[in-house]
Design a binder for this molecule. Structure first.
Ligand code: NAD
Length: 251
């Protein structure tokens, strides 16, 4: 639980800030019904074998991993999820003119759905709503490929070159898009307050945004139910539920 005094203090900092940079992770979307990876109910916490589905090396090497991935994409909660109070609070922060950038590790597209503008949202790990060919680089709507899976293709190849298709997201073992991560780190260095929300801050290099902002003189606020490696350099750590706490500090 967060003390009312801690919430009031952070609220004051945000009111005074001019360039808030939010760094979000899977924890902001759990209230929308999308499980995180490493929280108590996380996909990997409950089933460590599921980590294979998120690793590009297994995905490319093993058709069985791809078939399992396509089946799990069919049922992904992102297709029906709605933005929750946490997403809406960050959209409000942008409306108030405070949000310099929103760096997200999430692939669910919910920040854009909540009303944050594409010019402010930096999706460092891509977006699940788009599919990509690993050979020729073709990109297209994920729902079109999922329709082929539903029609019986267990591992649908690219219609242009027969290459391997996957979601246009960054899997473990896969290179980030250099311009996108560079934009994220530049934004972090321009923040006067960095707000890390719902992320275990274990995924590099994006978690490096926290020390970059700190070194550039920003206040650091971490909002996460579990401890993170950067709690000790944070000016405030709020452990309460994001959906309750974020709307209180973003007004
Ligand atoms: P993570 O699973 O490593 O950490 C999420 C953290 O959020 C956990 O420490 C958990 O305790 C906390 N949390 C969960 N719900 C919370 C709540 N309601 N209130 C407060 N804290 C809460 O997630 P990560 O750091 O984002 O790293 C996982 C990687 O997998 C990222 O690349 C991420 O984008 C991806 N991923 C994305 C989604 C999505 O798009 N929604 C879902 C799962 C994983």
């Amino acid at each position: 639980m967060n003390s009312p005094a801690a919430i009031e203090t952070v609220r004051g900092w945000i009111a005074a800030a001019k360039r808030v940079v939010a760094l979000t992770g899977a924890g902001i979307s759990t209230d929308s019904g999308i499980p995180d990876f490493r929280g108590p109910q996380g996909v990997w916490t409950r089933n460590p074998a599921a980590e294979k589905l998120s690793d590009i090396r297994y995905y490319v090497a093993d058709p069985e991993v791809r078939k399992a991935s396509w089946q799990s994409r069919l049922d992904h909660p992102a297709w029906t999820a709605q933005p929750n109070a946490g997403h809406l609070a960050l959209a409000a922060l942008e409306k108030h003119g405070k949000l310099h950038a929103l760096i997200t590790q999430n692939i669910d597209g919910l920040h854009l759905r909540a009303g944050n503008s594409p010019g402010r949202v930096i999706e460092v790990h891509g977006n699940l709503h788009q599919a990509i060919c690993l050979s020729c680089g073709w990109k297209g709507p994920m729902q079109k490929v999922l329709a082929r899976v539903r029609a019986g293709e267990e591992d649908p190849p690219c219609t242009e070159c027969r290459g391997i298709l996957k979601s246009d997201t960054i899997s473990f073992g896969q290179q980030l898009v250099p311009e996108v991560i560079a934009r994220a780190m530049a934004a972090a260095s321009e923040a006067d307050l960095l707000l890390a929300v719902g992320t275990s801050l274990q995924v590099y290099p994006v978690s490096g945004a926290v020390p970059i902002a700190k070194d550039a003189g920003a206040r650091i606020v971490i909002m996460n139910a579990q401890p993170t490696q950067f709690d000790e350099i944070a000016d405030a750590v709020l452990n309460g539920a994001i959906g309750e706490t974020l709307p209180l500090i973003c007004v």
